[in-house]
Design a protein around this ligand. Structure first.
Ligand SMILES: *[C@@H]1O[C@H](CO)[C@@H](O)[C@H](O)[C@H]1NC(C)=O
Length: 363
């Protein structure tokens, strides 16, 4: 009898929470995100690591992990807290950590804490124009989401911080749009060409089922970079670049020995690559002196110490810096050098020699 009573109580509780008003966590409308995924999918909370939401036909049902456990939305289960990358609602974001780690400040997308073991031993903020990325434990290019001014509390930056990876799910602003999160939390999105995205099957299709597009009510999470696929070089690291995933810039690293070429928009070998002006060419450099990125005279260079760039020096008049020779060389060799060395792409022998160039061309 007591078993039945317990069951009835559980059912009753489940039902009452399902019929309750929309569940909101700041600007994160849990009820709405549940309409975008199949029934049975669980959504993470952005207020606490202790509970999650099971999406049912009648809406989200809030469910708690046992004590000592935190919810891992990527694997859809509760796990011992020390094994879960979750920082919401924690008094000590370093709790359960060992070794050195940088962890996010969930109240400020630019902020981070440095953990020495399970203690906070430092904190700081990323430079303007950057935000902290937990997965890579570093600051990456990309703006923070501006919280919805009407919403109090946390804001959902990206569906991939609550929806599990490797499933297709729908949008609420367009019945044809679908989303997909990869295991690194990168969110991609596209449209079904001629049909609707059917949430119950997770595929594009035609459905006579009434209400297949009922979820469509309003614009979803606001975005910062909106054009998916747009690329940006990293302003300081020649071998890094960013790709817009539709809402924010994600960091990519070029393979060893290659730099991101700003003209070809891909990673190519260090010597030929045309990197962004100002980035550090000490990365993977085979010798200590390197060309600065210099599209004018190719005469600026610096010394590398442990991969750090030294102060920029300049070669004297009528000469350019030759990285292979580790020395300044006469400008007559500049055109050939420019062809093979992307750091000097666009550099020309200065004005006084222009007549020589012209006469060469007319020969
Ligand atoms: C939350 O989502 C539901 C379902 O899409 C919608 O009806 C409701 O208006 C939303 N609530 C808020 C406050 O945005």
């Amino acid at each position: 009898i007591s078993g039945n009573y317990l069951l009835a109580t559980i059912l009753c509780l489940a039902l009452s929470s399902a019929l309750a008003a929309d569940i909101m966590e700041g600007s994160y409308n849990v009820t709405q995100v549940c309409t975008m995924v199949k029934n049975g999918i669980q959504l993470g909370s952005i207020e606490s690591c202790d509970y999650y939401y099971v999406c049912t036909k009648t809406g989200p049902v809030k469910t708690s992990c046992s004590s000592g456990y935190s919810y891992n939305y990527k694997t859809q289960n509760c796990m011992p807290s020390s094994q879960v990358e979750c920082y919401y609602g924690l008094e000590n974001p370093c709790a359960g950590k060992s070794g050195s780690n940088w962890v996010p400040n969930v109240n400020n997308c630019q902020g981070w804490f440095y953990c020495n073991g399970d203690k906070i031993s430092g904190s700081g903020s990323c430079d303007p124009g950057q935000r902290f990325e937990s997965a890579s434990q570093r600051c990456i290019y990309g703006k923070c989401q501006v919280a919805d001014s009407d919403a109090l509390g946390p804001s959902l930056v990206n569906f991939c911080s609550v929806v599990p990876p490797n499933i297709y799910f729908g949008a609420t602003d367009n019945c044809q749009t679908w989303y997909y999160c990869n295991s690194n939390g990168v969110q991609t999105s596209d449209n079904c060409k001629t049909s609707a995205f059917i949430v119950s099957t997770g595929e594009c299709g035609y459905s006579n089922y009434p209400g297949a597009c009922d979820r469509v009510v309003q614009a979803p999470v606001p975005t910062t970079c909106t054009q998916k696929g747009v690329q940006e070089p990293d302003p300081t690291v020649c071998g890094n670049y960013y790709i817009c995933d539709g809402s924010s810039f994600e960091l990519y690293e070029c393979p060893l020995g290659t730099y991101y070429d700003v003209l070809k928009l891909k990673c190519i070998n260090r010597q030929s690559a045309v990197p962004v002006t100002g980035c550090n060419r000490c990365q993977d450099a085979p010798s200590p002196f390197v060309n600065a990125v210099d599209a004018k005279l190719c005469n600026s260079y610096y010394y590398c110490r442990n991969g750090e760039m030294g102060t920029i020096s300049k070669c004297g008049p009528d000469s350019f810096f030759n990285e292979q020779l580790q020395a300044c060389a006469d400008d007559t060799g500049l055109p050939a050098y420019v062809n093979a060395n992307g750091a000097c792409y666009g550099a020309k022998v200065p004005d006084s020699d222009e007549t020589d160039e012209d006469s060469k061309e007319t020969q």
